[in-house]
Ligand binder design. Sequence first.
Ligand SMILES: Cc1cc2nc3c(=O)[nH]c(=O)nc-3n(C[C@H](O)[C@H](O)[C@H](O)COP(=O)(O)OP(=O)(O)OC[C@H]3O[C@@H](n4cnc5c(N)ncnc54)[C@H](O)[C@@H]3O)c2cc1C
Length: 481
Amino acid sequence: MSNSHSRVLILGGGLSGLAAAHRLQESAPGELEVRVLEASPHLGGVIRTDHIDDMLLEMGPDSMITEKPWALDLCRRLGIDQDLIPTQTRFRKTLVVRDGALLPLPEAFQMLAPAKILPFLRSPILSIPGRLRALLDIVIPRGGPPPGGDETLGSFVRRRFGKEMLQRMAQPLVGGIYTADPEKLSLATTLPRFLDLERNHRSVILGLRRQASQPTTQAASGARFNLFQAPRGGMGSLVDRLVEQLPAETIQRQTRATGIRREEDWVVTTTEGEWRADGLIVALPAPRAAEVLDEMDPALAADLASIPYASTAVAGLAYKRTDLARDPDFFGIIIPATEGSGIVAISVPSVKFEHRAPDDMVTLRVFLGGALAPTLLQKSDEELLSIAHTEVQNLLGARGEPVLQRLARWNESMPQYHAGHTLKVLGIEEKAARHEKFALAGNAYHGVGLPDAVHSGEQAADSLLARGITGRIIARKDDAR
Ligand SMILES: Cc1cc2nc3c(=O)[nH]c(=O)nc-3n(C[C@H](O)[C@H](O)[C@H](O)COP(=O)(O)OP(=O)(O)OC[C@H]3O[C@@H](n4cnc5c(N)ncnc54)[C@H](O)[C@@H]3O)c2cc1C
């Protein structure tokens, strides 16, 4: 790196690191030398789009919520917003497994609770006593931990709706997003909307019904699929576009950071030698950030290491449509942990998005492992693919082998926002702020989705710019959107 410009090193070439690099380049063009040090040959972290024959298979994330503006906004600035496609509304349906059978999620069921009572009462996902217990939410008083206490999602759902609702509906729905144990997950950090509903309306169900009657609210079931979009060419095309916009020398692949120390400037030791810079952004999963920061700031590293992570694997499978007894006309299947398969969910990309597979093919993504089945991933790739295929046989009546199968393992990829997470992150940020021209980014802190990753990278870049990394003070952009 030359001496004429301020220099910034970004550790990690996942979406958060790339978004940080892009923000620095667009905010201070020509004034900064930015380098992204990425351990692997692959950019984009857990984003991996495979193109096989005429099929597009996402082995990591496949869609982004547009309710949070940051990823969409980045796409606009990259000039690829025209390429964003919505999910196929007419197939917007989620099924739940009960004792091996596929049952549709009742209309207007929203993650933890129904916004419409009749469809919920008619649905056989819960036993009749289970349904009646859930509806007690309408009459029971407000409850919960003392003010300031961080209630787990499991405790909240059991308290308001009963154990069966937790096991059969809330756990698999939430598991499909966070791959988490609801008995540990912080409700306030992950789904604060439901705490607000209880606070403001006493009954969550009545609160949802009131909200649903407002003209802007649309009733969908499960995750609110109408809010999801994806680049036509897959998530990988977002990464490609980001990288195209950066000067060629910005990206340093196969350069794993191994340690950090502070001299006059930042010094990062890597598998490819030492790198020096004026500013440093650590955009790594928290356990990896803890490793590299351990010598420089053991207290910060200990806090980072205490954020738990879950691992998951995605099996991408393709079948001839005629080989499936049940032709999927839904987005996905969620599988309660009580079913004991170790499979969290199955999604159907060839249905969810147009043109992801030829008409005579069905593609599936089977999610295995997560916080509730951690030992499953000790199995070999072949075994995991076989478990995934067997589940497809059981649920969709697959005859014969898949015409295509591949597996991606995402070890320690999903941060778990357990009760106490918000306080922990406050402590981390307070310690990080003591270091000059230093910022953390990634999905470990304020949100696990793609828009959150973009936002955290951009905020890290903005914080360095605001602290004069270019030699001039650039006003921090207003993020209160
Ligand atoms: C299977 C799966 C499906 C998902 N689906 C969705 C979805 O549909 N929608 C959604 O919004 N979100 C989804 N998510 C979440 C979302 O993809 C992630 O939150 C986001 O991509 C994280 O980006 P990141 O940059 O923070 O971390 P990562 O993607 O983990 O990137 C971190 C990078 O750091 C690198 N690295 C690690 N150690 C070092 C080191 N020592 N030195 C240098 N580099 C290092 C890694 O190689 C990696 O490239 C999904 C996640 C997974 C795992």
